[in-house]
Design a protein around this ligand. Structure first.
Ligand code: C5P
Length: 217
């Protein structure tokens, strides 16, 4: 029988490189289990967008408001690259820690996706997934998204952007992109969204069942 146990606090951390599918998985899990969802990339995108308008990155981070993640135009290539630049600044990351940590441990359960959720924001997360896919697969997926608003963009440009961000995110000194030691690896290169989502859901269900069992023991 499936457990319907719901602890007060339950965190799912999903990390992985650009366009690996972690956002889609996070939204699907949030919907299935009724968890609050934070796409942490949008925070860096919102700050990156402000630097493109001439603001200082650290000042923009200090003045960050969750509403900023709802502004239009945060998915463009220019904003993606600006986001990965501001995300490499330790002071920017430090200012944003509290907001994300509190979100992770809110009552009712939370799912956060990003680069450092399982390693820095919430190492105590009950489920940690590290989602990957080849750079080529990720570039193809991102191209389909970007083509909706920009018909000029080419596969080569998107692949270049993805590789530039991968390199910057993985080699920065502050909270580099890497799997937590206890993360479950999920390579989505050959998986349909539905299959990847079903796998991710099964990991969440198992963790809930384990907690339910531990409570009963
Ligand atoms: O996930 P997304 O592609 O929207 O993230 C945009 C950029 O924000 C990433 O390339 C990365 O540099 C940065 N980021 C980060 N830490 C996170 C989430 C995103 O450094 N937790």
């Amino acid at each position: 029988m499936r457990s319907s146990y719901r602890p007060d606090r339950f965190t799912v951390a999903i990390d992985g490189p650009a366009a690996s599918g972690k956002g889609t998985l996070a939204r699907g899990i949030a919907e299935t289990f009724d968890f609050a969802h934070l796409d942490s990339g949008l925070i860096y995108r919102a700050i990156g967008a402000k630097t493109l308008e001439g603001q200082d990155a650290i000042v923009a981070a200090q003045n960050f408001d969750a509403e900023d993640t709802k502004r239009d135009g945060l998915r463009t290539s220019a904003v993606s690259l600006a986001a990965s630049e501001v995300a490499a600044i330790p002071e920017v990351r430090a200012v944003l820690l509290d907001f994300q940590k509190q979100f992770a441990r809110r009552l009712g359960g939370a799912i956060l996706d990003g680069r450092d959720i399982g390693t820095v924001i919430c190492p105590e997360a009950e489920v940690k997934l590290y989602v990957t896919a080849s750079a080529e697969t990720r570039a193809k997926r991102r191209l389909l998204e970007l083509r909706e608003t920009n018909s000029e963009i080419t596969y080569e440009q998107v692949l270049e952007d993805v590789k530039t961000r991968d390199e910057r995110d993985a080699t920065r000194a502050s909270s580099p992109l890497r799997p937590a030691h206890d993360a479950i690896m999920l390579d989505t290169s050959e998986l349909s969204i539905e299959t990847a989502l079903e796998l991710a859901r099964s990991h969440v269900r198992e963790a809930l069942e384990r907690l339910d069992q531990a409570k009963a023991d």
